[in-house]
Design a protein around this ligand. Sequence first.
Ligand SMILES: Nc1nc2c(ncn2[C@@H]2O[C@H](COP(=O)(O)OP(=O)(O)O[C@H]3O[C@H](CO)[C@@H](O)[C@H](O)[C@@H]3O)[C@@H](O)[C@H]2O)c(=O)[nH]1
Ligand SMILES: [Mg+2]
Length: 262
Amino acid sequence: MAIENSIIVPAYHEHDNIRPLTKRLFAALESEAPASELIFVDDNSKDGSVEEVAALKAEGFNVSIIVRTKERGLSSAVVKGFMEASGKYLVCMDADLQHPPERVPALLHKLHTNAFVLGTRYAPGVEMDKDWPLYRRVISSGARMLAMPLTTVSDPMSGFFGIQKSYVTKAADQINAHGFKIALDILVKTGIPSNSIAEVPFSFGVRTVGESKLTGKVMVYYLDQLKELYMYKFGPTKILAAILSVAVIGVLLLVYLVRLVL
Ligand SMILES: Nc1nc2c(ncn2[C@@H]2O[C@H](COP(=O)(O)OP(=O)(O)O[C@H]3O[C@H](CO)[C@@H](O)[C@H](O)[C@@H]3O)[C@@H](O)[C@H]2O)c(=O)[nH]1
Ligand SMILES: [Mg+2]
């Protein structure tokens, strides 16, 4: 059967998550499973992921793994997977089961009538980072607020999304290779209109195996990515105007306060 759906999973040291993810995903896909492929994009983890994928393939799952030896990074790994995918409906999800495979059919369903479908943790009825430590909540909220001027979606930090393949080509060579936030990059750079974007709520699971790759360096990359996206969307003139407006308002406030006190 021809492949319609490609599920792309960036993976770095995720050996223990590969089997449960594959089994849960294909079980969730039900009648769509024969028309679906799962592609892991691994950055040379050398942790037995390749052997695990070979074993799953031998068991009949349509799963493969691309191993990159010269590049590292979540966003560029996803772009690589998108380029190799055969399906016209593409889904990106994490390997660590924080994105529930059971929500993939809902994403795919909405992808038939929308160019882009975002998995969101900000919706009624879903749990947002329930077991996250306080510092991760603060980082996540701060990061989300900074991205708000760039897009109308409810969860610009989400890494769980679907896109029609025809829209990927446009953004692929412009994606920030160091970025951790590929959905945001794609949304800004393809300029997909909001009436062609849908959302699917999901509860963000807890990583039980392996470690998060969110490091200080990743946060610096995020700020760098934001800077680039602001420039891309607004251009230097508008950004300068915004900075000047904030400065003028600040000075006026200061003058007002000084007059109040004296
Ligand atoms: N190939 C590859 N994969 C990577 C790399 N870095 C991370 N990954 C993979 O990308 C996925 C997300 O990495 P985590 O380390 O689990 O990230 P997180 O901190 O839990 O962040 C997640 O939550 C964010 C929402 O707050 C999401 O935006 C983000 O995409 C990610 O899903 C995992 O499957 C991980 O193996 C890399 O350099 N190369
Ligand atoms: Mg994670």
